[in-house]
Write a protein that binds this ligand. Structure first.
Ligand code: PEP
Length: 255
């Protein structure tokens, strides 16, 4: 394993939180706290907050992402937002296939793949989420699920495009529950994802891909999680809504 070739990325996922004015205030608070980060710092915000976030983050090391993207370029898809729209708005990253999208909004491995391709073809960086449910873990299917979801999400993604892919291993049972995977469970899950990438693209390529852990990562447990060889940063929900907590996670990933 060669963690030195991969850059840690700490990405906040604000979910359906913060208005535009609250966005401006929170990013204003965060900027001085994360300015010395030795990792990439990303905030993925609701669509409506994107202009405020981009304006507030100007001149800082904070990059802005969206929380979803549609797979069609344009057309009769009421309520959806295309990759070109995001790109032109100044967005650099987009979360795809978050478990809340899969659970509440009918995302499938196929639509996750299509959305990933649309994002990558538009020049966005895709943060693709994979993860097993508690039932799947208890039945012993964690490796099977993670490898399947990873390979499905990356279908038709070229080796060149893979440079713009981050995978976030997010056990469904750990998201927003306060239950964090142990550092060893996170490392093992990320290892399964890396093995799936190695099977599809070769071991050398797999070593270069950033694989985050997500699921109740916070200021108290980030140090141990990101110290693991396969954990290249995190996708952070709740703790990314608090400037000090988020900055402590960024500091942990900067060591
Ligand atoms: C997430 O939204 O991706 C997430 C990991 O949430 P939380 O940190 O709140 O568990």
């Amino acid at each position: 394993m060669n963690k030195a070739v991969r850059k840690a990325v700490i990405a906040g996922n604000w979910k359906m939180n913060k208005t535009p004015s609250e966005t401006t205030a929170l990013i204003g608070e965060m900027k001085p706290l994360v300015k010395d980060a030795d990792c990439d710092v990303v905030l993925c915000v609701p669509f409506i907050d994107i202009p405020a976030a981009i304006e507030a983050a100007k001149g800082s090391n904070i990059k802005i992402g969206a929380e979803n993207v549609h797979f069609k370029a344009s057309g009769a898809y009421t309520g959806e937002v295309s990759a070109d729209m995001l790109k032109e708005a100044g967005v650099e990253y987009v979360v795809i296939g978050h478990s809340e999208r899969r659970t509440y909004f009918g995302e499938t491995d196929q639509t996750v793949n299509l959305r990933s391709l649309a994002a990558l073809n538009a020049g966005l960086k895709a943060i693709i989420c994979v993860g097993e449910t508690l039932e799947q873990r208890e039945l012993g299917y964690t490796e099977t699920i993670l490898k399947f979801q990873t390979k499905m999400a990356l279908t038709n993604v070229t080796k060149e495009q893979l440079k713009n892919v981050i995978i976030a291993y997010e056990p469904v049972w750990a998201i927003g529950t306060g239950v964090t995977a142990t550092a060893d469970q996170a490392d093992e899950g990320n290892g399964f994802v890396r093995a799936a990438i190695a099977e599809a693209y070769g071991a050398d390529v797999a070593e270069t891909v950033t694989i985050q852990y997500g699921g109740s990562m916070n200021a108290g447990n980030a140090d141990e999680l990101v110290s693991k060889v396969n954990v290249d940063g995190g996708l952070i929900g709740g703790a990314s809504l608090k400037a000090v907590d988020f900055s402590k996670i960024v500091a942990a990933a900067s060591k």
